[in-house]
Design a protein around this ligand. Structure first.
Ligand code: UD1
Length: 345
């Protein structure tokens, strides 16, 4: 297949390009090489250097079978001043790409989405059943009660795995932009009779992940601390539940989606992309620190008010619809992360 891959020089895009080429696909690698993500240059050869927000895509879309759209501004956002950047890069960028695909008559898209579309996740209340959690109160957090309460009765609730039909609950600028991307892609599917497979990534980690920045997730933050000879600082009580999925598995899920999107019905089909082995932040810090042979993680008891407490995706739909099951267990991949190279620019 001939694939247009956006964000091809990024952390996940680099792994997708390599795996797709290994499978015999022809990859047109597009990247804007924005200085904030890639430094001032010089930049490597072998890429189409285009910005999907402004540049014409008509020439690069010629003879393309599938577009795999990874280009995005990531992280959770630092403050409200980020909102226009997320909207421009992620949403206006996607809208321009979709319009160009319609002109080129391309009807198959693989879209990088995220678990953040589910916000605070889903819980079970013994009294009120399946509920989204109430927003955590400062009074609770201050006394070390980190688990959210039932929004109806205020009692204790327990987290449950999230399936793809869970309602959207975006809580950050980034999350809002990912929900909007999915909505734009759905609208394009309706207008064009097209197909989108949206891959909702859980916490991605692995070789080549960017070093610590204000937009980095916890794996990059801990890995960068280790590189500086510092112990990872674990917030709350370390019991926050996540799913750490290795970048090689995320790339494999993308290649599976590229090869199968054409067999999907018209419209947008979402899949959670997760390892299927939930891990706490405390376990993750301990695994990394032990592999690095450095100091044990420090439990700080600090908290960030807007952090999600527990979110765990069900990997079942991706197994059924894409034949994708992750192969790297978090114990193994997170130990390797202690010495995996980071990208500094
Ligand atoms: C992360 C990504 C988000 C991505 C999502 C996929 C960022 C900032 N967030 O969200 O973009 O879509 O995964 O599921 O890239 N923590 C510490 N110590 C620290 C930093 C964080 O203990 O130094 C804890 C936080 O309190 C939180 C957990 O680690 O409980 C995860 O934090 P983080 O990686 O920032 O955000 P996610 O919600 O997992």
């Amino acid at each position: 297949m001939r694939i247009l891959l956006t964000g091809a020089a990024g952390f996940i895009g680099t792994h997708i390009a390599a795996q797709a080429r290994e499978r015999g696909h022809d990859v047109v690698a597009l990247d804007a090489f924005l200085p904030q993500a890639h430094g001032p240059g010089p930049y490597p050869d072998g890429f189409e250097r285009l910005d999907i927000r402004h540049d014409s895509l008509d020439a690069v879309l010629r003879d393309i079978d599938v577009v795999c759209h990874q280009a995005a501004m990531v992280g959770n956002g630092v403050d409200a001043q980020d909102l226009p950047d997320y909207a421009e890069h992620n949403d206006a960028g996607t809208a321009h790409l979709l319009a160009a695909m319609a002109r080129a008559g391309i009807a198959d898209l693989v879209l990088a989405s995220s678990m953040v579309v589910y916000g605070d996740g889903r819980y079970t209340c013994p009294r009120d059943g399946d509920v989204p959690p109430a927003v955590r109160h400062e009074d609770d957090l201050e006394v070390g009660r980190f688990d959210p309460r039932c929004p109806v009765c205020g009692g204790d609730i327990t987290w449950r795995e999230i399936a793809e039909d869970t309602p959207f609950l975006p809580r950050t600028s980034y999350a809002a932009s990912k929900v909007a991307q999915e909505h734009y892609a759905s609208a394009w599917c309706t207008l064009e009779g097209a197909r989108t497979v949206a891959l909702r990534y859980h916490n991605v980690y692995g070789p080549g992940m960017p070093a610590d920045t204000p937009y980095a997730g916890v794996a990059a933050i801990f890995r960068s601390a280790i590189a500086r000879g510092e112990a990872p600082k674990v917030f709350e009580d370390g019991q926050q539940m996540r799913d750490f999925v290795h970048v090689s598995d995320v790339a494999r899920a993308n290649v599976a989606a590229i090869e199968r999107v054409g067999k999907h019905p018209t419209g947008l089909t979402p899949y959670n992309i997760a390892s299927g082995h939930p891990f706490t932040i405390g376990q993750m810090a301990a695994t990394l620190a032990e592999a690095a042979g450095g100091g044990a993680p420090v439990l700080t008891g600090d908290y960030r008010r807007f952090d999600v407490r527990h979110v765990v995706a069900s990997p079942r739909a991706a197994a059924e619809g894409l034949g994708f099951t992750a192969s790297v267990r978090p114990e193994e991949g997170l130990s390797a992360l202690a010495t995996d190279p980071l990208r500094t620019r």
